[in-house]
Ligand binder design. Structure first.
Ligand code: 4NP
Length: 152
């Protein structure tokens, strides 16, 4: 089993979007029993809430399941439990480093560093552009899936 955790700030826009897209890719590859996917936020303001409407709407538009997505805070124990801890932007990565005391651990990766883009996923909570975020998160998840498939 490969355990993947996506992390953003609020866990209502970007990381639940990545969780849903990665679960969809795993299902399409027939790997849903081999890859466990979850998401968390470095902030806890939205704990217990469903994703932002904009995230739900774009996922529904692409026929990606949104059931079971509930915000929760990232915790120190997540570092031991997950094989991949994928941050959406550089500030998420810095927060993960601070919360785990594990700077530069290879399992902590910024999502788009897995692509040729090597940049932050913009936060649609502020940009309002959920489509741009969807396209970037999809590309990152495709690359992560390719990497994991090679390891399985
Ligand atoms: P996310 O976006 O990190 O992609 O979930 C945000 C959601 C909520 C807040 C910030 C970012 N907030 O400040 O409440």
């Amino acid at each position: 089993m490969v355990n993947v955790l996506f992390v953003c700030l609020g866990n209502i826009c970007r990381s639940p979007m990545a969780e849903a897209i990665m679960k969809d890719l795993a299902e399409k590859e027939g790997l849903e029993d081999k890859i466990f996917v979850d998401s968390a936020g470095t902030g806890s303001w939205h704990a217990g809430e469903p994703p932002h409407k904009g995230t739900l709407n774009i996922l529904k538009e692409y026929k990606i399941k949104t059931e079971g997505l509930v915000a929760r805070p990232f915790s120190r124990e997540d570092f031991d439990k997950f094989d991949y801890i994928i941050g959406m932007d550089q500030s998420n990565i810095q927060n993960i480093y601070k919360m785990t005391g594990q700077p530069d651990h290879p399992k902590i990766i910024r999502l788009l560093d897995l692509t040729h883009l090597k940049k932050d996923v913009p936060d649609p909570y502020y940009t309002g552009n959920f489509r741009e975020t969807y396209e970037l998160v999809s590309e990152g998840c495709r690359m992560l899936m390719e990497k994991i498939k090679k390891e399985l």
